[in-house]
Design a binder for this molecule. Structure first.
Ligand SMILES: [Zn+2]
Length: 133
């Protein structure tokens, strides 16, 4: 059972509504789809000490891993303000790789933007990712 691109992007857009971004006002949502059909979403969480802020993808991956998920990641959707094309930042790419590499998966990454949804493989976004596994 898999989640469609449209459904996962809708989950990412809905997740953005939960963002805590009082400083940047840049609301981002991410949704992770797993092989069992489940979806885990997250939104960015800022902090007055800006460097402590967390991106939506990192929040979603942290939620998933703290719920015991280890691999099975088949797709990621990321959405932000309508005027901006969104891709995961470098840190989030490595965070997503941690979840994906536990079972050797290479999930699709769907990135929202004004020109439509762009599709990548995580390995395209972060080739030669750091790994000790
Ligand atoms: Zn990030």
């Amino acid at each position: 059972m898999s989640v469609s691109r449209d459904d996962l992007m809708a989950a990412a857009r809905a997740a953005a509504e939960g963002a805590y971004a009082p400083y940047s006002k840049f609301l981002v949502g991410a949704a992770l789809a797993f092989a069992d059909g489940s979806v885990v979403s997250g939104a960015n969480v800022e902090n007055v000490s800006y460097g402590l802020s967390l991106c939506a993808e990192t929040v979603a991956a942290g939620k998933a891993m703290s719920e015991g998920r280890r691999g099975g990641l088949v797709a990621v959707a990321v959405s932000g303000p309508k005027a901006h094309a969104i891709t995961p930042c470098g840190r989030c790419r490595q965070v997503l790789v941690e979840l994906a590499m536990l079972d050797g998966s290479d999930p699709l990454v769907w990135c929202d933007g004004p020109g439509g949804v762009r599709e990548f493989r995580l390995s395209q976004l972060l080739p030669e990712a750091f790994s000790e596994l």
